[in-house]
Each structure stands twice: as structure tokens, then as C-alpha cells.
Design a protein. Structure first.
Length: 431
């Protein structure tokens, strides 16, 4: 078992998935007690990201508190996923962790195997109303750790393609978007106008690389997660494709800590016609398009040999070591937050995937898909969704890989050399 300090070191390197705006961080409470005034069991819930995502969390917590008089939840913003994870681990070590928090799905195994999150299986087996088979099967892969459920899908996503329809039409392109790598390259070339705009602005993001590797029929790690496979044929082909498009000037690769924000800004200002992004950013991107006077459309990540896309986002987890009273309060909150009605609300408010099949098939969501079909793209794409690796060292491996890909794209290392170098550094971490 890795020590908590080791886990803290690994998770401090967790990449930030998606370009989500932050807001001022709240001070975390260290008191988790039964309120003498209200008679309600008080628990704390920590979440990541601000803007529409933060508003969604705050709104749902208020709705939960107003819906009953037994549990009182205090919601607290903790930054991005990396911030949230490191703070949760520090708080756990100090014995004042929140009772409920988010785990980015690749970190579910790290937290569970280090003893920081509770096995939810007994609660699920006890409560028939949880209806586990109602959760979308494409989102459950990152819920299980060694055969036990340590988190339930909450704010879940896939990467999708966002497009400026006005620019596509001006270039004579189908607004439905490219379906495969060949068409994607054709779109990039047609949309690049020297001195004015580029086909796409794309930061070096491991999530996007996972999608391209998956499209080539490959995986990031071996099935037993004991060695990396991202330097195989599918990975090399993906990075060679990116590098060629970048060298030819039709794919812009922003650099630095603000690369993701730069890509979004390029898209908003019409300096790029397309970006990749999380479905979680849909409502925000629709607002950006409206503010800047252009029509927005969404499409699947482009296929290559197959359609293959990683899932993303976070699951709700219960921290370990709680009193029975706190456990019951935390479980009631998790159940409520992942129920059909709240799933519909969160998906509509943010663009995140509805994790419940009953939510997808509900009248509310079906009407939304008819009125705003951009919401349905990620839902349909989930048919080809794949769980993210949950090896304890994957966050650290992802950072190593991102750095080597950046060197390849920005400094001239060959794709094969870059991926082999990343593999040589990553494999010892898995062993």
C-alpha cells in the first residue's frame, strides 16, 4: 500500500481536465458535527471548478438542504481537480476531511487503495432504491476498484469537437463537422486563412491524446496496467498526425500554463474555427458563441480506425473513517445528488452527461435534445466511451507524457522518440 504522502505527491501532479473558470476559493471548514441548533447532522462537501459548474454544485446543495430536515450540507469550492485532491489528502491526514468529495475518475483507484474512501457496495446492496442498473454502463468503469464500488457517477463527460458554424459555412464546409481524421485534416486546411485564422487551436492535453489513441484502436496502458502501451502503433500514429498538422500551420499548439485558456480565447475571437473541449463546457461555450455573434455546433471526436473516446469528469465519494451517523448522512446526500431529477438538472445546467439512463430518456432531456441538439452529441458518443486508467501512478505518468509530447510538438523531438522516452520513465512507476 502506498503511503498517503506518496499519494499526495502523485496527485499534486494531476492534470487539469477541461478549461473551466475558477472563482474565489472558500476557506475549508474543519468542524464536522451535529448542529445543536437545528438537530440536523452537518456534513461538508468539497467540489472543483467555478462558473456554471460551481453554480450547479451550490444550487444542488441548497436544494438538498431545503428538501429535508435531517442532514445539512455545507458546500465548499476547492479549485481544480489537482487542488481538490491534494487538499482532500492533507485534510484526511489531519483527520478533518470532508465527508463527501469529488474524485476525478482516474484518481478513484488511488484514493480507494490508500484507504481514504469508503466502499459504497454495502450501502448500494442495502438500498434497493439506488437502482444501480439505471446508471449508464459507459460511465461505470471508473466506479469499481478491486470489485468494489468506491464512487458513483456524478459530473461526467467526454471530449467533443466544438465548431464555429459561421466560419465553416464561409469555407464551404458541412456544419455537421468532420467524421474522421481525413475529413478533420480537410477541415483544418480549408479553415486556415493566413494572417487571420487557423483551423484549430489545441493545447497539449492528455485527455485529447487518449481520444486519438483510442481512435487508432489503441490503449494507454496494458490491460493489467503493468506497462504503458501509448508508445505503440496507435500512439505514434496519433502524435505524428498532430506534429504534421502543427508543422504545416493548420493546427495551433499554444504553450505554457495558460494554453487551454488561450485555445478557448482563440475560438471565442474567431482566430480558430474549432477546439476540442469537455462537454462540461457546453453551456459556457454556447454563451461565448452568443456573445461573439456566431453559431456553435458540436460533433464527435474524429474517428480513425474506430470510434473511441475516453470518459472524464468526477464521481462522488464518501471519505473513510466516518461515524455511523456521518456515514448515513453522507450516503443520503450522495444518493440524492446522483438521482434522476438531479442528474437532469446538472446536465441541463452545465452540459455534463446525464449519468442515469432514466434521465437520458426523460421528457425533459428529450425536449432539450430537440431544442438544442448540441447537448446530445456527447450522449451519443458515449456508446464508444472507455474508462480512464486507474493505476496509482497514472497521474504522474500523464504529466511525464504531456511534457514529452510538448517537446515533440514545440521543440522537434520525433514522435516515436518522445513516446519511447515517456514510456521509459513511466514503466518503472507501474512496477
Amino acid at each position: 500500500m502506498k503511503t498517503i504522502c506518496r499519494m499526495l505527491g502523485l496527485l499534486a501532479l494531476m492534470m487539469v481536465l477541461g478549461a473551466c473558470g475558477d472563482k474565489k476559493e472558500d476557506k475549508a471548514s474543519s468542524e464536522h458535527k451535529v448542529s445543536a441548533d437545528s438537530g440536523r447532522t452537518e456534513i461538508t462537501y468539497w467540489y472543483a471548478f467555478g462558473d456554471k459548474i460551481g453554480e450547479n454544485n451550490e444550487n444542488l446543495v441548497k436544494m438538498f438542504n431545503d428538501s429535508q430536515d435531517k442532514v445539512l450540507v455545507k458546500a465548499e469550492f476547492q479549485g481544480n481537480y489537482a487542488d481538490l485532491h491534494s487538499k482532500t489528502q492533507a485534510a484526511f491526514a489531519a483527520k478533518n476531511a470532508p465527508e463527501v468529495t469529488l474524485n476525478e475518475i482516474a484518481s478513484i483507484g488511488v484514493f480507494a487503495r490508500s484507504g481514504m474512501t469508503e466502499d459504497l457496495t454495502p450501502f448500494i446492496e442495502r438500498d434497493s432504491d439506488i437502482m444501480l442498473n439505471d446508471f449508464n454502463p459507459g460511465l461505470m468503469g471508473n466506479s469499481y476498484v478491486d470489485g468494489k464500488i468506491h464512487g458513483l457517477p456524478y459530473l461526467r463527460s467526454t471530449p467533443i469537437l466544438y465548431m464555429n458554424v459561421d466560419m465553416l459555412k464561409e469555407a464551404g464546409l458541412d456544419p455537421a463537422g468532420p467524421k474522421n481524421w481525413k475529413e478533420f485534416e480537410e477541415y483544418l486546411r480549408a479553415l486556415t486563412v493566413e494572417g487571420k485564422s487557423v483551423g484549430m487551436s489545441m493545447p497539449v492535453d492528455i485527455w485529447f491524446f487518449e481520444a486519438f489513441v483510442g481512435a487508432g484502436g489503441g490503449d494507454m496502458l496494458s490491460e493489467d496496467e503493468k506497462q504503458v502501451t501509448f508508445n505503440g502503433e496507435a500512439g505514434v500514429e496519433a502524435l505524428e498526425f498532430w506534429k504534421r498538422l502543427s508543422n504545416e500551420g493548420v493546427l495551433k499548439i499554444p504553450a505554457g500554463d495558460e494554453a487551454s485558456a488561450q485555445a478557448v480565447q482563440d475560438f471565442a475571437n474567431g482566430r480558430s474555427a474549432m477546439i476540442f473541449g469537455s462537454t462540461a463546457g457546453l453551456t459556457n461555450n454556447l454563451s461565448i458563441a452568443k456573445e461573439n455573434g456566431f453559431e456553435l455546433n458540436t460533433a464527435f471526436m474524429p474517428a480513425n480506425k474506430v470510434n473511441g473516446v475516453p470518459t472524464g469528469g468526477a464521481n462522488l465519494v464518501m471519505t473513510a473513517g466516518l461515524s455511523p451517523e456521518k456515514q448515513e448522512a453522507a450516503w443520503e446526500f450522495i444518493k440524492w445528488m446522483t438521482a434522476k431529477e438531479q442528474t437532469i438538472y446538472a446536465s441541463t445546467y452545465t452540459g455534463y452527461l446525464p449519468s442515469r439512463l432514466s434521465a437520458v430518456n426523460s421528457e425533459e432531456m428529450q425536449n432539450l435534445y430537440k431544442e438544442t441538439p448540441q447537448y446530445k452529441v456527447a450522449v451519443d458518443q458515449l456508446e464508444f466511451g472507455k474508462a480512464r486508467p486507474m493505476a496509482d501512478s497514472y497521474p504522474e505518468i500523464a504529466t511525464i507524457l504531456r511534457d514529452e509530447i510538448a517537446r515533440c510538438l514545440l521543440e522537434g523531438t520525433s514522435p516515436k522518440e518522445a513516446l519511447d522516452q515517456a514510456a521509459s520513465l513511466a514503466n518503472p512507476l507501474l512496477k
